[in-house]
Design a protein around this ligand. Structure first.
Ligand code: NAG
Ligand code: NAG
Ligand code: NAG
Ligand code: NAG
Ligand code: NAG
Ligand code: NAG
Ligand code: NAG
Ligand code: NAG
Ligand code: NAG
Ligand code: NAG
Ligand code: NAG
Ligand code: NAG
Length: 674
């Protein structure tokens, strides 16, 4: 025993302290007999195991200014993290400040500049012997008063969040009602669907009776804190002892630019690949001379205006941001032009007619492809600046395939008049034919242009799908000779493009639903870029043909590997799939997640999706919950929208069964629904 205590004593004595150079006096409590406590005394109050310390802490770069703070005592000085401050963030204390427990048992923090008590809550104890102590969890306690009830920018594990609020150190951002992030109290830019209860030491956050926020390092024993940072984002930090630093284990907003108030009026917030933010001016604007992060118009708007297109830019601070739901871009533009206070409009090329006017002001602009929106910025028609926000590329192919050739006049012709007559006749015929061809082309072109405008084909991503002619695809597939699949909504052929790329060409049948659905499908698939998804390389829409050209995946889809050859009777047309022993399914339409979804949630036959090898030992009463949980988790991971998919931490919890899993939506990727 004795050696252990010796070791412990040595350990405690040799612990690095924030100001080892000066004689530092540490105490376990502060009482009226210790009063007054002055900044120059260099005294700190330690928690029982020295995790936290409290006291007058010198403000960065100054030995004459202090905050009365609580900080992690065990962390090296260069990453000192304060978790609580008594004085207001914008008024540091001078060397004349003092903390006393008065004769009337009031805990008083004063500075020379003012006699008022700066201690939050100005607590009075009921007992003369009451002391100020710092608990091991970082809670500073004086009788009934607790610092946990007066948080500043940080919540610690087991601190109740209910009824309190956080303010970022710079005073710009607040976390209100345990659920809302707000800029200047006025603009809420993030709302949690559930109210925060408390941060747990395992990295989860209680929300009501539920735990729905789980940090990336959930379950590991680490020091953690929930902090509202100066960039307006709310984050869970975990301390990695081996690296000696804090890392972000969860954050409220994935895109920092979505925080309101990062940039000033008219400016657009951009993040680069390293996630650092900058404020840039839109075309036609320059940096404001009065405010650093704001932009001002180069030319005042007159009655003659035009629009500049800024792709993927969203402004959110207009005075009325109602979605007008219009038919087309022209209508949205007309709506904006009709109002003198309309500074631009946002339009989505998804066929849903999303149209939001920007009235009176342009605030909180940010660039993000996730918005899928194009901002049309109103500028004076004399403005010469060109847009440099061009995230989407024009794909419409406007080359004219019509070629007119003049026949040579017959050789045996010697009379000039006859030659002239022939030439004139031919010329007239060519002219008429030319005009007819041109007229037909123009009609077609206008039709496609309008359709493309309405549906956003102009805005497919760079390197997006190419428009093929029917003849090109006919040649590529050797007149559609190599069928690799037949399905309910079309046949699939193998083909090879002139550049040697091998493709799967899917000719859609019965596209009676109209062109709109086809174009919508093309645009949606084209926008998806994912490692594990087959890419759409192009399409063809002519002569009543609707054809999609995909990357050719020689090995077929992943489910082929899950259910190996022995169990798949691949005649790649009709396939009998592993788990579906009793039913043959049309291979082309067969998409495992969708099939599994129907089995589990429509037909309620979980046992049908079990692998043959484990099916015999499946017992409905014993295993149903587990299988149900696994299926739901898998389907949540397959959701089309990335923000619907759970984090790995959450997945672990879902599989573990410690959170309730709601019913997922049916996965739809890739399929034209009938
Ligand atoms: C302090 O540390 C000791 C030894 O690790 C532990 O037994 C004790 O529970 C800790 N005290 C507190 C208040 O955490
Ligand atoms: C402290 O000094 C550094 C460099 O001298 C400076 O970058 C930083 O802004 C200063 N901090 C404060 C709070 O004044
Ligand atoms: C703090 O200092 C230590 C050693 O002096 C160093 O290894 C570590 O990288 C520093 N941390 C930061 C955040 O500067
Ligand atoms: C300490 O005071 C300075 C100066 O007022 C302030 O900038 C800083 O945010 C304060 N620190 C904490 C942790 O509140
Ligand atoms: C501290 O108090 C002394 C004496 O009252 C005064 O001269 C000095 O200006 C004060 N310092 C500050 C920073 O207020
Ligand atoms: C504590 O007592 C002081 C002076 O008597 C008073 O100003 C203050 O409001 C009291 N605080 C509380 C929380 O009642
Ligand atoms: C508490 O302290 C005050 C002033 O020191 C004294 O007047 C009072 O009698 C004390 N009360 C008790 C219960 O000891
Ligand atoms: C939060 O506090 C309010 C009032 O203080 C109380 O009514 C409510 O039940 C609390 N909610 C939770 C989740 O503790
Ligand atoms: C567009 O041009 C403006 C003015 O030249 C510039 O400030 C801004 O950074 C540019 N934006 C982008 C996205 O490059
Ligand atoms: C916002 O605009 C829409 C469409 O113009 C209008 O119906 C609505 O009444 C407006 N709302 C307010 C609060 O002005
Ligand atoms: C847009 O819709 C309006 C009716 O809402 C229609 O009159 C107009 O022709 C359409 N414009 C285009 C380019 O389709
Ligand atoms: C623009 O941003 C606001 C606030 O973040 C959001 O509510 C809105 O949905 C965004 N619009 C688009 C098209 O993403």
């Amino acid at each position: 025993m004795a050696p252990f205590f010796l070791f412990l004593a040595f350990f405690l004595l040799s612990k690095p302290s924030p100001s080892a150079s000066q004689r530092q006096q540490s105490t376990a409590s502060f009482s009226s007999s210790d009063s007054p406590w002055l900044p120059m005394q260099n005294k700190i109050l330690l928690s029982p195991n020295s995790t936290f310390a409290a006291g007058f802490y010198p403000v960065a770069n100054s030995s004459k200014h202090f905050n009365f703070s609580i900080w992690y005592y065990k962390l090296p000085r260069n990453i000192t993290t304060t978790v609580w401050t008594a004085n207001k963030h914008d008024s540091p204390l001078s060397t004349n400040a003092s903390l006393v427990i008065t004769a009337t048992r009031e805990l008083r923090l004063t500075d020379s500049s003012s006699r008022s008590n700066l201690w939050p809550g100005a607590p009075n104890a009921t007992n003369n012997s009451t002391r100020l102590v710092l608990n091991e969890d970082g809670n500073l306690v004086y009788d009934k008063w607790e610092s946990f009830h007066f948080p500043t920018d940080t919540f610690l594990p087991n601190q109740s969040i209910n009824g309190t609020e956080l303010v970022s150190q710079n005073g710009k951002f607040r976390f209100l009602n345990s659920s809302v992030l707000s800029f200047n109290y006025l603009d809420n830019y993030w709302t949690s669907d559930k109210v925060f209860g408390q941060l747990n030491s395992d990295g989860s956050v209680n929300q009501g009776n539920d735990v729905s926020i789980i940090s990336a390092d959930y379950g590991v024993a680490r020091m953690r804190r929930l902090t509202l940072d100066n960039d307006g984002n709310l984050r869970v930090y975990s301390h990695d002892e081996s690296l000696g630093q804090w890392f972000i284990a969860w954050q409220a907003l994935q895109e920092s630019c979505r925080v309101h108030g990062i940039c000033g009026p008219n400016a657009i917030c951009l993040t680069d690949s390293s996630n650092s933010m900058s404020c840039v001016c839109p075309p036609g604007f320059r940096r404001s001379s009065t405010s650093g992060d704001a932009c001002e118009r180069k030319r005042k708007l007159t009655s003659n205006t035009k629009f500049l297109q800024l792709d993927y830019v969203n402004f959110t601070g207009g005075s009325n941001q109602t979605n007008l739901k219009v038919r087309n871009l022209t209508t949205c533009r007309a709506n904006c032009l009709a109002r003198p206070n309309c500074l631009g409009f946002m339009f989505k090329y998804d066929g849903q007619g999303y149209c939001v006017l920007q009235l009176d002001r342009l605030l909180y602009g940010y660039w993000s492809p996730g918005t899928e929106v194009a901002m049309f910025l109103r500028v004076d028609s004399s403005e010469t600046a060109e847009t440099n926000f061009t995230g989407m590329s024009r794909v419409l192919d406007t080359t004219c395939p019509v070629r007119v050739t003049l026949p040579f006049p017959p050789r045996e012709s010697n009379t000039t008049t006859r030659n002239i007559a022939i030439i004139c006749t031919l010329f007239a015929a060519e002219l008429i034919a030319g005009i007819l061809f041109f007229w037909a082309f123009l009609k077609k072109y206008i039709k496609y242009r309008d359709m493309a405008q309405t549906l956003g084909l102009e805005f497919l991503p760079a390197g997006g799908p190419k428009r093929f002619t029917y003849a090109e695809l006919k040649a590529a597939t050797d007149d559609f000779s190599d069928a690799i699949g037949k399905g309910g909504f079309g046949d699939v052929y193998r083909g090879e493009l002139p550049d040697k790329r091998v493709v799967a060409v899917k000719c859609l049948k019965n596209v009676t639903g109209g062109d709109a659905e086809f174009w919508a499908e093309v645009t949606i698939i084209a926008r998806m870029h994912h490692l594990n998804l087959v890419r759409l390389w192009g399409f063809c829409a002519e002569k009543g043909q609707r054809i999609l050209v995909y990357e050719y995946v020689p090995n077929g889809s992943l489910d082929r590997y899950l259910f190996p050859a022995g169990r798949v009777a691949s005649s790649g047309t009709e396939a009998e799939m592993g788990p579906a022993q009793d039913s043959s399914v049309d291979s082309e339409e067969w998409y495992f997640p969708r099939w599994a979804f129907d089995k589990v949630f429509k037909e309620m036959r979980v046992e049908d999706i079990l692998d043959r090898q484990i099916k015999h030992c499946y017992d409905d009463r014993v295993h149903f919950d587990m299988v149900d949980r696994m299926v739901k988790t898998a389907l949540w991971c397959l959701q089309d929208r990335a923000d619907m998919r759970p984090s790995m931490g959450k997945v672990a919890k879902m599989l573990e069964g410690s959170v309730e899993i709601t019913e997922p939506k049916k996965p739809t990727i890739f399929f034209l629904e009938d």
